[in-house]
Design a protein around this ligand. Structure first.
Ligand SMILES: [Zn+2]
Length: 163
């Protein structure tokens, strides 16, 4: 979802509060069913500061037993955007002192801020790398064991020897 900052500027206010549902967030190998966001947009001279909270519900699969599961990911997000002129000046000063990769400020493109793309980056960072249906999930191996009600007779003999 894109927010038109130029339109906000015409409202002669500097702080805007939003509570929205984002429906255009796509993440590989997971299905984002719903993302709720509460945030504040603040206009400070040529800068746009965004801070807020998100709660996302994501459908994915347990890495152990492959069962489908829905996980909830939530946290805060923050964005700092500058108009092109101010952004370029900012990059110039950075060039002298630091790497651009440390850069936390983004350029305001066409007077718009893409809230979905901002929040998406935070969701990806916060998503569990190895989601599990439950902390003790024994995974496929354990399921197999229950499935054929015991141990293969050929292995049973080996186990008997071992004990
Ligand atoms: Zn599982």
């Amino acid at each position: 979802m894109k927010k038109n900052i130029d339109q906000l500027k015409m409202r002669r206010e500097t702080k805007f509060e939003f509570s929205e549902i984002l429906e255009d967030i796509r993440i590989e190998e997971a299905e984002v069913s719903k993302v709720h966001v509460d945030y504040l947009i603040e206009l400070v001279e040529d800068e746009v500061i965004i801070r807020g909270e998100y709660t996302a519900f994501i459908k994915t699969n347990c890495v152990r037993c492959l069962e489908e599961l829905e996980i909830k990911v939530s946290g805060e997000f923050f964005g700092d955007y500058k108009e092109s002129k101010g952004y370029n000046e900012y990059i110039d000063t950075l060039g002298k002192e630091a790497q651009v990769s440390d850069d936390m400020v983004e350029e305001l493109v066409d007077g718009e801020v893409d809230i979905s793309s901002l929040v998406r980056d935070y969701i990806i960072l916060e998503m569990p790398q190895f989601p599990a249906c439950e902390p003790e999930c024994g995974g496929l191996e354990e399921l197999e064991k229950y499935r054929d009600s015991g141990i293969d007779s050929r292995w049973q003999k080996l186990l008997d020897l071992k004990n």
